[in-house]
Design a protein around this ligand. Structure first.
Ligand SMILES: Cc1cc2nc3c(=O)[nH]c(=O)nc-3n(C[C@H](O)[C@H](O)[C@H](O)COP(=O)(O)OP(=O)(O)OC[C@H]3O[C@@H](n4cnc5c(N)ncnc54)[C@H](O)[C@@H]3O)c2cc1C
Length: 395
């Protein structure tokens, strides 16, 4: 028997929607639009669904990431896959002394508690979203290169030589979005902070001391203008970041070979001179290459004129420093709000729907981006440890 979902609103009838980028924002949007019967494809540059998704676990918030998952009917899957206890936190100094820990109290909190921020692996979140989509929704190995107008829509070109037509293009292709320039020439600015990302496999065996220090949760260690941030993942891995002030092109100008663990350990010893050697295990156990990530932020007053056939969500629209843990949450909230605008009969045209979404999104993102940037400044200040202790003790 064929179940056909009816589109509740006429704006999307007979329209092909191309979502560029299958990160948390793009996949959430695809799911929400498919639930409304829309014709959606996601074009993702990764070669296939098994491509590694890096990074520490993410905490999802009630009013954004979790709200989107609830609307997507995926809350139960989330509950089956979240990492109980991974939100527990220790705050430490350079020597590894613990100044704050909620390991004894945190497990009492649960869904519905105002401070409960459940964590999930990026890979697990991607899997839940992928499995919720209709078969063949994601077209892998589709690296967007360019597009040009045709009739009311766009012809989109990919690196593999393929081209497709879509009536509406939605860019969810992350911080270095190739769709964003079709909408605005406003560029994000460099925040002054770079994060060096490392990932440790089979951490219990390869980094046993750090593993037992983490005890299934997260550590934020603050020194003078330099931090180490790390988190336990569900699959036995540890993701960590050395976070510090550097020039924008540090990754290319430092002269470091990011595949050489020994070089990176020497770099750590030189650049983090006050730090105890108990942290060395992080560098000794990391699977190379390390990845330098310069951290960018959108100008808070960014604006542009909306179009009826192209828009952006997530980092493509509002990249921001990760120091308020809001990036994924904002991307998923964009997906929720855009899907509601596109399928609501409140807006009589696509232009009106997209314009309403973009105006709200820019306003909301500016507030959160400012907060994220300010958190970043606090976390990389001379007094980071005391400032952050005051912050967390207040919660
Ligand atoms: C070091 C670091 C730590 C972070 N920590 C956190 C955190 O703890 N909590 C949090 O909420 N956020 C965090 N963030 C931010 C978070 O990762 C992003 O905000 C979030 O991933 C944005 O989701 P997205 O779907 O918009 O884009 P992305 O997750 O970047 O996904 C974009 C997708 O598009 C694909 N793509 C890119 N270019 C193309 C192309 N040309 N053609 C086709 N596909 C393309 C990519 O392969 C990818 O799958 C962190 C960011 C960084 C850099």
């Amino acid at each position: 028997m064929c179940h056909q979902t009816i589109i509740f609103d006429m704006k999307l009838e007979n329209k092909k929607i191309a979502i560029i980028g299958g990160g948390p924002g793009g996949l959430t949007l695809a799911r929400l639009l498919q639930l409304q019967g829309a014709n959606v494809q996601v074009y993702e540059r990764d070669l296939n669904k098994n491509a590694r998704v890096q990074g520490s676990p993410l905490d999802l918030h009630d009013e954004s990431g979790l709200a989107a998952l609830i609307k997507a009917n995926l809350f139960e899957e989330f509950k089956n896959n979240f990492l109980p206890g991974a939100d527990r936190l220790k705050i430490m100094n350079e020597s590894g002394e613990v100044f704050y820990s909620d390991h004894e109290t945190k497990l009492e909190e649960n869904f519905g508690h105002e401070h409960f921020r459940p964590e999930i692996d990026r890979g697990a979140l991607r899997k839940i979203l992928l499995e919720s989509l209709q078969p063949e929704t994601v077209v892998w190995n589709s690296h967007f290169i360019s597009m040009e107008k045709q009739n009311e829509g766009w012809v989109i070109h990919f690196k593999n030589g393929q081209a497709v037509y879509a009536d509406i293009v939605i860019g969810s292709d992350g911080a270095n979005s190739k769709i964003r320039p079709y909408i605005t020439n406003v560029k994000p600015f460099y925040s002054g902070i770079t994060m060096l990302e490392g990932n440790i496999y089979d951490a219990k065996n390869t980094a046993p001391q750090i593993c037992s220090l983490l005890n299934g949760g997260k550590i934020m260690a603050f020194g003078k203008e330099k931090d180490l941030l790390m988190g336990q993942k569900g699959n036995g891995e540890i993701g960590f970041y050395a976070s510090f002030k550097a020039s924008e092109n540090w990754g290319t100008t430092s002269g470091l070979d990011f595949s050489d663990k020994g070089q990176l350990l020497d770099w750590f010893k030189t650049e983090y001179p006050e730090w105890s050697d108990r942290w060395h295990e992080l560098f000794e156990s990391t699977a190379t290459p390390f990845v330098p990530r310069p951290i960018y932020c959108i100008p808070f007053d960014q604006t542009w004129d909306s179009s009826s056939n192209v828009t952006i969500i997530g980092d493509a629209a509002h990249v921001m420093p990760p120091f308020a843990g809001e990036g994924v949450n904002m991307a998923m909230l964009d997906a929720l709000e855009l899907s509601e605008c596109l399928t609501s009969d409140k807006y009589t045209s696509l232009l009106e729907a997209i314009s309403f979404y973009e105006t709200n999104m820019r306003k909301r993102a500016a507030i959160i981006a400012r907060e994220s940037l300010e958190n970043g400044e606090r976390m990389h200040s001379e007094t980071a440890l005391t400032t952050m202790l005051e912050f967390f003790s207040g919660h």
